[in-house]
Design a binder for this molecule. Structure first.
Ligand code: HAM
Length: 418
């Protein structure tokens, strides 16, 4: 029979890797709670309009990467390419600013973009994201970055550099945009096809084009920091002071303009020096106008998303404990199998991890399975043990064994596992 393959750019995370995912997600959840964040679970589908209005009509995501389809009633629906727009929609729709004094929210889940798959770039990928609403002060920008820094440190992630920039606000950005257009006006024919289009619609994007010649030209282009208004400049300086207070190392990257249109002021990326072309492991920024632009009250906001696949690729899982099956019950003969099943049920009810091989087999083959599963202990029940009401408890690490009456098993195993 012909095999059905998975979709290109859409990965399976198999046992062996999924333990690292679980470990990372648990660390992230713990750290987010330390900083006062609550989890929000947002839908995978939204009306397309949500993304076109927030991410921007002329961005790569909206122009060519969204998975969009007509619903049966003709409405356009899109598989979410990112989480921020949905969190903002939910914040407005459920009036979250009234229900919680701190709107610090985090989310975890798959996002969908029809990009060209390559190392570190997938069509379905996972993000861990966080958003903070209602605080315009630059200190919260530093707090957000300090939280990310702490997460990477706690996961012992090496070779990640925080890059920051400010892209100004609607007051000062028009002048910068004009300066950029002035700079590139006589170089249009030298730009790549994408940037020739961007020249009119979104000239800031030329600054982070990956094409070699565009990149070279961009190096000499006007810098956003030279065009910031005094409020944006004060904000950016405040951020840098607070980063120093928090002990978070960073570098300035004046080319960091980000590929989504909703950003104002602070933009940032954590860049993995070993990651190659797709090197941003986490990215985000401030978006002070988005809540209002999507129909809510004027509310400053800032957030980030971590690319889970990229984070996992930087994570050294050798420091993690090898997963263990806990107790393996090896039973020989049908009557012993039945007794083993009864014991297994008792262990599960007490929350003790345990497995057995229901198909039986020789002691040798069952012990091999126990070894493969990295079992800490094996309970062996043969016909003789069954008749005497005992089991053999074998400690797989110390290679010692002892006999235990049935009635003491659960108590004893609780002891050895605690
Ligand atoms: P973004 O830069 O589009 O921002 O994505 C954030 C991160 O998601 C990237 O730095 C990268 O690690 C990961 N990522 C993006 N696309 C892919 C892909 N095709 N395959 C694998 N990983 C990918 C956002 O999505 C914003 N919502 C971030 C944000 C939150 N800004 C404010 N709040």
């Amino acid at each position: 029979m012909k095999q059905v393959q998975g979709i290109k750019g859409v990965r399976d995370v198999l046992p062996g890797e999924s333990e690292a995912w679980r470990h990372i997600l648990q660390k992230a959840r713990d750290i987010f709670h330390t900083f006062g964040y609550s989890e929000i679970i947002i839908p995978v589908i939204e009306f397309t309009e949500l993304f076109t209005r927030s991410i921007g009509e002329t961005t790569d995501i909206v122009e060519k990467e969204m998975y969009t389809f007509d619903d049966r009633d003709g409405k356009k629906i899109t598989l979410r390419p990112e989480g921020t727009a949905s969190v903002v929609r939910a914040y407005i729709e459920h009036n979250l600013r009234e229900t919680s004094p701190f709107s610090k929210l985090y989310y975890i889940g798959p996002m969908f973009r029809r990009e060209r798959p390559q190392a570190g770039r997938y069509r379905q990928f996972y993000q861990i994201g966080a958003e903070v609403f209602g605080i315009g002060h630059s200190m919260i920008d530093a707090e957000v970055l300090s939280m990310l820094n702490l997460l990477f440190d706690s996961l012992n992630i090496k070779g990640v550099e925080l890059q920051i920039n400010s892209i100004g606000c609607p007051q000062c950005r028009p002048a910068f945009r004009e300066a950029l257009k002035g700079f590139f006006a006589d170089k249009i024919s030298e730009l790549c096809e994408n940037c020739q289009r961007r020249f009119e619609s979104n000239p800031l994007r030329i600054l982070d084009c990956k094409a070699t010649h565009c990149h070279e030209l961009a190096e000499k282009a006007p810098k956003t920091l030279d065009y910031l208004c005094s409020e944006c400049l004060t904000h950016f300086k405040g951020l840098q002071d607070s980063l120093k207070t928090a002990g978070v190392p960073y570098v300035l990257n004046e080319g960091l303009v980000r590929g989504l249109d909703y950003y104002t002021r602070t933009t940032f990326e954590f860049v993995g020096t070993s990651l190659g072309a797709q090197n941003a492991v986490a990215a985000g920024g401030r978006y002070d106008n988005l809540v209002e632009e999507l129909g809510g009250p004027a509310t400053p906001a800032i957030g980030f998303s971590i690319g889970m696949e990229r984070l996992v690729s930087l994570f050294d899982d050798s420091s993690m404990e090898r997963p263990s099956a806990g107790i393996f019950i090896a039973a020989l003969g049908e009557a012993a199998q039945e007794k083993a099943f009864s014991l297994l049920t008792q262990l599960h009810q007490q929350g003790i991890p345990a497995v057995m091989d229901h198909s039986g087999g020789s002691l040798k083959s069952q012990m091999r399975k126990a070894d493969k599963l990295n079992a800490e202990h094996v309970l062996i029940i043969g016909e003789d043990e069954l008749a005497r009401g005992v089991v053999i408890l074998r400690d797989m690490k110390n290679k010692t064994q002892e006999e235990l009456p049935f009635s003491e098993i659960a108590q004893r195993l609780k002891g050895v596992r605690s």
